[in-house]
Design a protein around this ligand. Structure first.
Ligand SMILES: *Cc1c(COP(=O)(O)O)cnc(C)c1O
Length: 356
């Protein structure tokens, strides 16, 4: 059986070495030695000035919305993982959907200003599939209208935009270290923010609002990650170069062997590096997509319609039709991409797709 994604497992002995440190320290959570070490190592690996590791990639979105969006309207994309909309609703804000640019699959910056009202406080945009939004345009709009920019950068581990980490953009960027993501801690995530005052607020918020042992800065929630998860991160991180190289091989194979007169790819944003997290394909129609999906499933290969259904169609959202997103989401599917896929399997996947 071949799934669309496969979790990378570091050698067990290397995880055990990290676990031994935890047993020796007798310290399992509340920002122990391993969490601090992982933050340090990620800072230099990613080239960011600040990072706060959290227990998943959803909680930093919630915290950012709580601190910045303030129960108001948040402009967002209909094409993303459910967390980028559910967090807006969870934080008592109202998602205002702006259609995607069908070429890039990211929010269409040309349509944002039309949706701004006196109640808008923030823009929450996703760098979908690791492809950057139009960062400069969004920044200019936000500045003009005094809005905060929150980037859901869950797919962007290692992505460089204009020669620096993409996490450096926006008022805050968040990442996910979930097991299905390219770098993982099982469950985990992070917030990145270059404003020292703001990252401090996020820090307080992720630890119940504690300011030291006996004092409270303000309202908070529990977003702390454990040493056990940091141990996984410390064991996976040394393999990132290997993981990226292996995934690139798969991507190169697909790029060479797929028949692009039948399927299409999204355009990649200029000056944005690829991290090979997903391989989304746009089919001619949903019918075409389903034909390919059925043919692959018949031989135990499971592609994935990753961000289906579109978020404007969730049952707790007032559905507004989105011309491009409704169309693109209905006919886009990710094909298997992971470390260790055999060439024979890749050949079979391409043969089946090319035959439909
Ligand atoms: C994975 C993902 C999340 C959620 O991250 P978790 O770590 O699973 O909480 C949020 N947004 C997007 C776009 C994602 O793909």
């Amino acid at each position: 059986m071949i799934l669309a994604t496969k979790t990378f497992f570091p050698p067990l002995e290397e995880y055990q070495v990290q676990l031994q440190r935890i047993w020796k320290n007798e310290w399992i959570t509340n920002r122990g030695e391993l969490v601090l070490e992982l933050e340090d190592k990620l800072k230099s690996y990613l080239g960011v000035s600040s990072i706060l590791i959290t227990n998943n990639g959803t909680i930093p979105l919630q915290i950012a919305l709580k601190l910045m969006a303030k129960n108001a309207e948040v402009i967002t994309t209909p094409y993303s993982y459910v967390a980028s909309t559910s967090t807006i609703v969870w934080e008592n804000c109202t998602p205002v959907f702006v259609d995607i640019d069908p070429e890039y699959a990211t929010i269409d910056e040309r349509l944002i200003e039309n949706s701004i009202t006196s109640k808008t406080t923030a823009i929450l945009a996703t760098h979908l599939y690791g492809n950057a939004c139009n960062i400069e345009a969004i920044e200019a709009i936000a500045k003009k209208h005094q809005l905060k920019v929150i980037y859901d950068a869950a797919h962007c581990f290692g992505t460089q935009y204009k020669n620096q980490s993409i996490f450096n953009y926006g008022d805050i960027s968040t990442c996910s270290f979930h097991a299905t993501k390219i770098f993982h801690t099982g469950e985990g995530g992070a917030a990145f923010c270059n404003n020292p005052d703001f990252i401090k607020q996020v820090y307080y918020s992720h630890n119940f609002g504690h300011n030291g042992y006996l004092d409270f800065h303000g309202l908070g929630i529990n977003g702390k990650i454990t040493e056990l998860q940091a141990a996984m991160g410390l064991s996976v991180l040394p393999y990132m170069e290997f993981i990226t190289t292996e995934r690139k091989k798969v991507v190169d194979y697909y790029n060479q062997q797929l028949d692009f007169s039948k399927v299409a790819k999204f355009k990649w944003r200029d000056e944005t590096s690829e991290n090979y997290t997903y391989y989304p394909l746009i089919f001619q129609s949903e019918k075409h997509l389903l034909e390919v999906e059925n043919a692959l499933q018949a031989v135990d290969i499971f592609p994935r319609r990753n961000f289906f259904p579109a978020l404007n169609t969730l049952n707790y959202i007032k559905n507004v039709a989105m011309k491009h997103s409704d169309d693109i989401v209905s006919r886009t599917m990710c094909i298997p991409l992971s470390v260790g896929l055999a060439e024979a399997d890749l050949a079979l996947i391409c043969k089946i797709i090319n035959s439909k």
